[in-house]
Design a protein around this ligand. Sequence first.
Ligand SMILES: [Mg+2]
Ligand SMILES: [Zn+2]
Length: 207
Amino acid sequence: MPKGILLDRDGTLIDVVRDEETGAFHTAFHPSHVRMLSGAIEGLRLLQAEGYLLAIATNQPGPAKGQFSADAVLRTNRALVDTLAQAGISIAQVAVCMHHPQGGDGGDPSLVRECSCRKPRPGLLDSLVSELGLDREGSWMVGDSAADVAAGHAAGLRSALVFASTRCELCPLRPRIPGSLPDSLSHLPEVHGPDLVTIARGILARV
Ligand SMILES: [Mg+2]
Ligand SMILES: [Zn+2]
């Protein structure tokens, strides 16, 4: 059975987008928004070279909140997969949760509900593990939020946290003690680091 690396999308592989007019940050919802984070390609290359299957598991509640369409999410995901393919990195599958428990104005009502796939629940990861036939104990969830770490553990995987302490949108996750992990984490990741290269080296050192 292959081992897998299940990757969060926003803040892990690609950057959030700053709206020039409002200054507000939002997640990518158009192919032109796709900007790889520093170290992401190199980190994925290291993991792929060691035989890990790579897949993406992403919460995208925008359509449930009325922020953008489900089609926009799918086109953006495709652009990311294409960008990675051009760099020689293959993504075996992209699993998306578009649900949100509260939704928002103009959101698609069929997506507004509790679900078992929205991280920190393990549904997305469980379906990737079974559809790709992954070795659960050898597989990892890699993400930039407490929900990613918790989802990985709920699915019986090890978790790695991308934690760039210089990024202001991560302030709620900031630790009180510099260099330590944030105390808001309910689950501690087995590996953490500021970018995917560091994470990849940490994962490979654990095998
Ligand atoms: Mg994220
Ligand atoms: Zn869901």
